[in-house]
Design a protein around this ligand. Structure first.
Ligand code: IMP
Length: 428
């Protein structure tokens, strides 16, 4: 398998968790490279459902599970997740946390809420978990990393400086009471406790990853969110603050692109997005509701109903280009079962012209009309275990997606369970 990056090819929630979980069994190490607890994936192991936000799913198989430097960590969430895993009898020994990962503090969460409120109708629709503000501090070079938390001498002063800076912002800009001295003391104590809990797992993870890759181990790089939420390549400003595309794996894990063997894009048989921003193939009708209910399309992290639309291959082309996709994993085909017709967007019409490349102007995007190709639907496929077992219409659909997107489909998911995964090419 070598070094494989798994990226989301749409706006997140493509079912990466399931694909990563499927491949994790063959991997020696699984690495998370960006995002934070804004991501949530559900892993079903032996019929048990586990909702994870930060710890890579390799942990369920005793595989080296690395949280890379590109992740922003809320230690409250991470330590909770660790306690949960231990409670489930999962050994945490293979967990490693990058000393260079940046930390989320309570003031980031407060700042996130204020920023969203101030934007009014122009709000991003963030998860309000402090992800954006933590990455802002990283770029502003005032962020606090895990390594700083473990430096017992330096940490109190760093925290005080940051809290002073944030209090200035909160009080002067947002008319917020800010954090008092006793809040500082509590935060210091709480974070010191987190530090003690995390310390045994903290290390310089990049050399570990390089060693694993160079010694021929199978390393899986697990992206959070998706291409269209990428800070540079997504529907800016309606994006997250990190780089879900494959290049983000190199930055967020600390290894170069020549060490990567392949990139798999995970794409749902339809499209969803949470949060605001233009969405050309959005379905506001009963077909959209059908897919939402059938697919339980509600956020794992926030519980928000996801906006639903047809599969958009103009979007998938952005992922193909920006991540250099070698293969697609097509998920949730079962969710489309029961529809008489299934559509796929193959281009946009804007101002009387055909557009084949995703436009960066949101004004243009919001006026784009999708151009669809239509396919016959299929009935229930949850019990299908082979390509040949799929109804002809579903096979035609998968074949068309591969042809129209220009990326071979290596895997098709027809249900939540690991066994409901059809492998079309033996590429791993
Ligand atoms: P943030 O990442 O919380 O700052 O939110 C920025 C945008 O990314 C919002 O539209 C969120 O809904 C979206 N987002 C963040 N994480 C996820 C995810 O895991 N799945 C889908 N959307 C996400």
């Amino acid at each position: 398998m070598g070094a494989t990056i798994v990226v989301g090819g749409q706006w997140g929630d493509e079912g990466k968790g399931k694909i990563v979980d499927f491949l994790a069994g063959k991997a020696d190490a699984v690495v998370r490279y960006q995002g934070g607890n804004n991501a949530g994936h559900t892993v079903v192991v032996d019929g048990h459902e586990h909702k994870m936000h930060l710890v890579p799913s390799g942990i369920f198989y005793g595989k080296l599970s690395i949280i890379g430097n590109g992740v922003v960590l809320d230690p409250a969430v991470l330590t909770r997740e660790m306690a949960y895993l231990e409670g489930q009898g999962i050994d945490l020994a293979p967990l490693r946390i990058s000393e260079c990962a940046h930390l989320i503090f309570p003031y980031h969460i407060v700042q996130d809420a204020h920023e969203e409120k101030q934007k009014g109708d122009a709000r991003i629709g963030t998860t309000k978990l402090g992800i954006g503000p933590a990455y802002q501090d990283k770029s502003a070079r005032i962020g606090i990393r895990v390594i700083d938390l473990l430096d017992e001498e330096a940490f109190p002063e760093l925290l005080r400086r940051n809290l002073d800076t944030k209090n200035n912002l909160l009080r002067r800009v947002y008319d917020d009471a800010g954090f008092a001295e006793r809040d500082y003391e509590t935060m210091l104590d709480t974070y010191r406790t987190y530090g003690r809990r995390l310390r045994p797992f903290v290390t310089d993870t990049a050399p570990l990853i390089e060693d694993a890759v160079r010694s021929g181990k199978n390393v899986l790089f697990e992206g959070a969110q998706g291409t269209m939420l990428d800070l540079d390549h997504g529907t800016y400003p309606y994006v997250t603050s990190s780089h879900p595309v494959a290049g983000g794996a190199c930055i967020g894990a600390g290894i170069g692109p020549t060490l990567i063997d392949r990139v798999v894009g995970v794409v749902k048989g339809y499209t969803t997005r949470v949060g605001d921003g233009p969405f050309p193939t959005e379905l506001m009708d009963e077909v959209g509701s059908f897919i939402r209910e059938r697919g339980h399309e509600y956020g794992t992290t926030t519980g928000r109903p996801r906006r639903v639309g047809w599969l958009d291959l103009v979007v998938v082309a952005v992922s193909r280009r920006t991540s250099g996709l070698g293969y697609l994993a097509l998920t949730r085909l079962d969710t489309l079962s029961g529809l008489e017709k299934v559509r796929v967007c193959v281009g946009y019409r804007y101002d009387g012209q055909r557009l084949d490349v995703f436009p960066h102007s949101l004004k243009v995007l919001s006026r784009c009309e999708p151009i669809y190709e239509e396919f016959a639907g299929w009935e229930d496929i949850g019990g299908v275990t082979s390509w040949d077992g799929l109804p002809g219409a579903a096979r035609d659909y998968v074949t068309a997606v591969a042809e129209l997107s220009g990326v071979p489909v290596a895997m098709v998911s027809v249900g939540r369970d690991r066994v409901q995964t059809l492998q079309l090419h033996d590429v791993f």
